[in-house]
Design a binder for this molecule. Sequence first.
Ligand code: OAD
Ligand code: ZN
Length: 241
Amino acid sequence: MKTILVFSGAGLSADSGIQTFRGKDGLWEDHRVEDVADYNAWWKNKELVLRFYEERFNKYKDTKPHEGHCALAKLEQKYKVVHITQNIDNLLEQAGCTEVHHLHGKMRSKKCEWHKDITVLDGDTRHICDYRDVAKEPIKIGDLCPKCGSQLRPDVVFFNEAVDLPYDWIAEYVKEVKYNDGVFICVGTSVQVYPAGYLVSFFSQVPRKYIVDTNPQRVSNYTLLKGTAKEKLPELVETLL
Ligand code: OAD
Ligand code: ZN
């Protein structure tokens, strides 16, 4: 079975009504990003950060996948499909995609504020706890870690925290996709920013590769499909099935 690797960003969810990051005014859902989704903001005002995520949690609860997500799920009839997404929603899973790796965490997950997976630039060594669980409800002040008693927080990567790109297995997939006539699809992410830019060059030797975006950046040897994910992904999937 051939492998398809799909790397996605905010633009994939946009057609389901979830706003992209680099919108106008540097605002993110009408808040200044640095006030609500930042490692330092967390320690300054946890209540504000939690309120912001509660709003998003509730908004995402009723959001449904669109034709583009469903088209990607359909690929699994014929291919092994691996998703790496920067999105924290579960729209790919809702559409039926079975292997989805969330680089920036998940909205419906919670973890200890001292979780060991949090990497901050100042090298704070107090991050040693390993508590993480499904979040069925928005997190509130006073929801405490059952292991160490600290406050729980959204299991997402905040600004000023490092994104842990799984280089080893991505390298394996590059090989698998490259030697097996596989496909790489990059959808709805600004490819000039890490890690998208890095992945795009990492896959440069793969024969069949596509960028789907309303405003696609020119990248050599990629086929650019200019348009919305909702419109372009079903067309692309038709040609692959
Ligand atoms: P961006 O908001 O930076 O980029 C969204 C991309 O989607 C742009 O290239 C748009 O042209 C494109 N786009 C917008 N609407 C679209 C549509 N309907 N169909 C297809 N494409 C569309 O979002 P990301 O690249 O996901 O990180 O941003 C990456 C990360 O930056 C985010 O995950 C976030 C932020 O810092 C963290 O929160 C850690
Ligand atoms: Zn803990």
